[in-house]
Structures are given as structure tokens and as C-alpha cells.
Design a protein around this ligand. Structure first.
Ligand SMILES: [Zn+2]
Length: 209
């Protein structure tokens, strides 16, 4: 388990995160390109960290002391001491949106640099391409209305708490994750199919309670 502080955030990287980033990194770098694999892993780690720092920035704004964990399904930002209070819905929407917003800004920056400087050093341009792709894909995916992703948290805050709201939330989560799971299998995206398969089961459990 790797632990360090980054911009004042306690960061923990679980060993399984390296497996996740190795597998995704291999799909970018291909075989026989160890330097590119290391660049891709660093870009994946940096991208997920930036996404979580987005959530952390808002947690800090609302008075909490956030910590960040990178794990086998991406990342998590925990707001220690966070007090949602009466306006929990507005705050939850802002905290959940901040991660994808930070990530999409990083995508725009990488895409802008690639377009503005077409003759960059090949490794630098490879890093920018990985950053652009990961940040666009990861952050748009996170906006899908499936608990526990950011889009699911936003949808939960819009609906509010209650029995029918819980069922609608889980029902939409089941439909969207089932569609994403089928899409993943049909297109050879096994990792995508697996993560949505797990969320599909979790949402099934929620709807039955
Ligand atoms: Zn997030």
C-alpha cells in the first residue's frame, strides 16, 4: 500500500490500482514498449488523482478534511468530518460534479496542447493522447446516473431521499448498467462490462430491500 500527501491530501494507492492501470496502460502502449507503458500508467494515475482532487476541493470548501484512495475501480474521495446539513442536495450535486469538471478541464488542456503543438516529442504527444482519451472517457462515464458513480450521486440529490426515490434511482441504475454491460461484452470491453456488472448487482440488491 503506497501512502503519501499530495497538495495536503492524504493519498493511499491500493496494490490493485496498479493492476487496473497496468491493464489499461497496456491497451495504449502495446507490447514491447516499456517506456510508454510507464508513461501511460503515470497518466492514468494523474488523471484519477485530478478527478478526486475535484471532489476534495469542494469537500474542503464545505469544511471537511478529505482523503483520496486509488483502488481497483478507479478512485474515491472521502470527506472526513463532512456535515451535509439542510442543503445536502445542492452540496452533493456540487461535490459530485467537481470531479468530472476537473477531469474534463484536463481533457480540454491535453486536447488543446495536442492541436496547438502537432510536432511534439513522440513520448510527450503519446502522454497527451493518453491524458485526453482517459479524461474524456472516464469523466463522461462517471456522469452516467448509476450509483455509486458521480452521475448517480447527482441523480440521488435531484430526486431526494424516500422510498419511491430509492426505487427509481436503483431502477435507472439497473437499466443503464445493464445497457453498458451488454455494450462492453459486445465490443470486447471486458473491463467496462465487469465494472457495470458489479454496479448492476449492487443496484439489484438496493431495489429488493
Ligand atoms: Zn468522482
Amino acid at each position: 500500500m503506497l501512502r503519501f500527501r499530495f497538495l495536503g491530501y492524504p493519498v493511499t494507492i491500493q496494490p490493485i490500482f496498479w493492476l487496473l492501470s497496468f491493464l489499461i496502460g497496456m491497451s495504449f502502449a502495446g507490447n514491447g514498449e516499456p517506456a510508454r507503458l510507464i508513461i501511460a500508467i503515470a497518466c492514468i494515475m494523474g488523471s484519477i488523482l485530478v478527478h478526486e482532487i475535484g471532489h476534495g476541493t469542494l469537500y474542503r470548501y464545505f469544511g471537511a478534511a478529505p482523503s483520496i484512495t486509488l483502488h481497483g475501480m478507479g478512485g474515491l474521495c472521502h470527506g472526513h468530518g463532512y456535515q451535509p446539513g439542510a442543503n445536502w442536495r445542492g452540496k452533493q450535486i456540487l461535490i459530485s460534479l467537481a470531479g468530472p469538471v476537473f477531469g474534463l478541464l484536463l481533457y480540454l488542456l491535453a486536447a488543446f496542447l495536442l492541436k496547438t503543438f502537432p510536432d511534439l516529442n513522440p513520448n510527450l504527444s503519446f502522454a497527451l493522447r493518453v491524458l485526453a482519451w482517459i479524461n474524456l472517457f472516464w469523466n463522461l462515464l462517471n456522469l452516467l446516473p448509476v450509483i455509486p458513480m458521480d452521475g448517480g450521486r447527482i441523480f440521488e440529490a435531484i430526486l431526494g431521499h424516500g422510498d419511491w426515490q430509492r426505487k427509481v434511482l436503483a431502477g435507472v441504475g439497473i437499466l443503464v448498467s445493464l445497457a453498458a454491460c451488454i455494450y462492453g461484452f459486445m465490443n470486447g470491453q471486458i473491463f467496462l462490462a465487469m465494472i457495470f456488472g458489479m454496479m448492476l448487482m449492487d443496484n439489484f440488491k438496493t431495489i429488493k430491500i
